[in-house]
Structure formats: structure tokens, C-alpha cells
Write a protein that binds this ligand. Sequence first.
Ligand code: ADP
Ligand code: ASP
Ligand code: MG
Length: 439
Amino acid sequence: MLVVKFGGTSVGKPERMKKIANLVTDMPGRKIVVLSALSGTTNALVKIGEALSAGQPMAAETEIAILEKHYLAFVKELYESSSYQAIGEEIVSRYFSLFRLLAAGKFDDRSYRELLAQGELISTELFYHHCQERKINARLLPALHFMSIDENQEPELGKISERLKPILETMSSANLLITQGYICRNHRNEIDNLKRGGSDYTASLIGAAIRAEEIQIWTDIDGMHNNDPRVVKKTIPIAELTFDEASELAYFGAKILHPSTIVPAQKYNVPVRLKNTMDEKAFGTLISEKGTSGQFKAIAAKDGITAVNIKSSRMLLAYGFLRRVFEVFEKHKTSIDMISTSEVAVSITIDDSQQLDSIVSDLKTFGNIEVDKNQTIICIVGNRLEEKEGVLKDVFQSLAQVPIRMVSYGGSRNNISLLVDTSQKEKVLTLLNEGLFGL
Ligand code: ADP
Ligand code: ASP
Ligand code: MG
């Protein structure tokens, strides 16, 4: 079985939704189709939720009305016959009544998460009825019946698999199963989500849960590029990546994949293929166990990083010091990305600074603390970099004129990470593009 995910832009226009129905019906065998919300919808729902949380119902209603107009125009174009037009209008009216109901009540975190989930629920329902109108044998597979996370927000892969298998058996007469990306239930059984961009993660979790043949992620670009196309002018697609390489790139900011996407697929060795909905002939990227050689593969950048420096004369030759430092981050449930040490100081980076004040206050017992905000991790990924000569020379030569705050090399066989001030990001990515890829 194939798991095929289409992102927001791939379903964001009626003609694209029609096109993906063609694409999936042309694919052989049984497939689970995972859909995102139409592009712009989750952002709009966030805006509505923020307005309601801030006690501004009028501002929320303005956004709701704009979104409603967009959906009414969408269904008008999506469906051909008047009976399906009526179904489309009924669907839109039902969802927007719910938005207004949520807006009228006590708006808490739970209502906010319920609101955020509606984007994927409506897109899959619209697509399902489009398939019905075209007499394509499809079923809706409700993600809220099987997709779940535990109290640490971690997906429960074993349970997901146990719940999903019998549901799929009951739907054995359909070749096309349509499900929602991004949404799930949490340990309290409430509606929750896998964080922004989470539909990729849904596809990979389902692929791992059913040991799919392949997971396909269809988006608006022809695969993983060697550098961030939003920042650098000339970038090129990479035909093949190993799970490890792709995982590092996704984790360190390559927005084409949710940071955790590769983890479940790698666990069960299910290949992940990235494809372009706007150009289906383009090869895209195949992510699997098997890699290709070549020095540097790609560069990604992750913003919003905070560096914490702990300077302590007591660290000198003291064993157990790093353990005590790490325990502070563990206590505040904050994960560490990069680390670099000297005899008298250690620098650590985090991307979640919600607990920063408490962390700093605890760390003060060890010595002098300095915090640098607005930092960016630049992650350079390649294959077995440590076996190649001149790797660091190439990187540092390219960046001779740029101040670098931290360097991490040797932790994994395929990654060099640099920490720079975010104001330097564009320059660094561009210089590395020239220096390492000749682009
Ligand atoms: P979708 O809505 O289909 O999930 P996303 O916007 O989440 O699409 O991801 C696709 C976008 O990721 C591309 O349009 C591109 O701008 C961005 N992107 C960032 N880094 C990379 C990269 N290294 N390779 C390809 N795309 C990237
Ligand atoms: N709709 C969600 C978002 O915009 C999930 C996704 O598109 O992957 O974040
Ligand atoms: Mg995405």
C-alpha cells in the first residue's frame, strides 16, 4: 500500500484538487491519501484563535467571514452538478457554524485546538465528495479514530497501528482512503495536533504503522533542494538522500518536511519520496537507506535559536559538571540542539525558549551565564564527511568574512553545524552555496 500526502498548495485551488484526484487514481494499488488544509487556512484559523484568545470577537468574525467567502467560491468551482454544489454549500455552512459556535463560547486552549483541526477536516470532506461526484471508489478514514499522542506529545505508533489495521479491513472494498493530516487526539482524548506542518508527520506515521511500500510527500517544489529556496536564488534538487541526511535537514529547518517526518519511516525502513504536484514528471527526491556519495549534499537553516553560555572556574577538571548542567535542561523539559565546550565554559543552544528564565536562574548556581538570542543554526549535510579531506577547509574558506558563534562537527558522520547571528543567515547560505556547490 502507498501513503500519499498532499500539502496545502497541492489542494489549495479547485483545479489542483481535481488534479490530485487524477494523480491518485492513476497510481496502482490501494493507497491512503493524507491531505493538509487548503493553503492559508491554518494560518487564518490561528489568526481567528488568537483574536478570540485576546477577547476580540469582532476581529475574529472579520477573519471568519473572509475565509467563508473563500470556501464558498472554492466549492462553486470544485463541483460540477447542482446537487454537488448544494452538498458543497452545506459542508461550508456546517463548518462555519461551528467556527461561530466556538467563537461565541468560552474560548480556552481546548477550543483553540478544536478550531485548528477544522482545516484538515473540511479539506478531506470536500475532496471525498469530489471523488463521489466522479464516481471514484473512495472512503473517508477519520484520523481522530486512530492518530494519537501521549502526555509528552509523542505519537503512539504502536497504538496507531493497532487501531488502524482493523479499520482498514472494514474498508477493504475501497482502493482510495482519504484521511486528515496534522490532527490527532491527546492523552486526555481531546482534539490536538502534530504541530505546524504536521501532515508530513501523519503520512510517515501511517506509512510506518502499516509498513507501507512507500510514503510520498507531494508539494509545490521538485524535492529537497541543496539549499533553502526561500533565501537563496539558485538551488538545485537532490535526487537521493539517506534517512539520516534527510532527517538532519528536516530537523534543522528544511521546511519541505516537518522536523520529525523521517523518524517513523526510518524505523521501519519505508522509503519516502518527495514529489512536485505542479510538475509530476520531475524526479523529486528519494529518501531511503541507500545513499549516494558526494561531498556535500545540502544546507538548511533553523532560526529562533538561543545560545546559553555557562562560564565556570569550577568546571576545570570536574567530572559530573556536564551532567548537572544537562539536568537543568531536562528539569525544564527543554531539548538541546548544539553544544560546545572548553575547560572553563560550555555553550548550549535551544530552540524552545519558553523556560529560559527558569533555566538561567538554575544555571546561575554554576557560574556566570550569558544569553544570545536571535541566533540561527546552519546545518551542512553530507555523506561520511569525516572520511573526506578538506571538508572543514571548504566550509571555513567560504565563510572567511563571517563571524561564527559556535561550531559542531563529528557528532554525526554527516553533519557540520554552525551557529551564527540571524542577521548573517542570508549571507552565510549564499556564500556556502557558492563555495560548496559552485552555484
Ligand atoms: P506543503 O504545504 O506542501 O506542506 P511547505 O510549504 O510546507 O509545503 O513545504 C514546501 C516548501 O518548503 C517549498 O515551497 C520551499 O519554499 C520550502 N523549502 C525550504 N527548504 C527547502 C529545501 N531545502 N528544499 C525544498 N524546499 C524547501
Ligand atoms: N495545515 C497544517 C499547517 O498548516 C498542517 C500541514 O499543512 O502540514 O501547519
Ligand atoms: Mg508542509
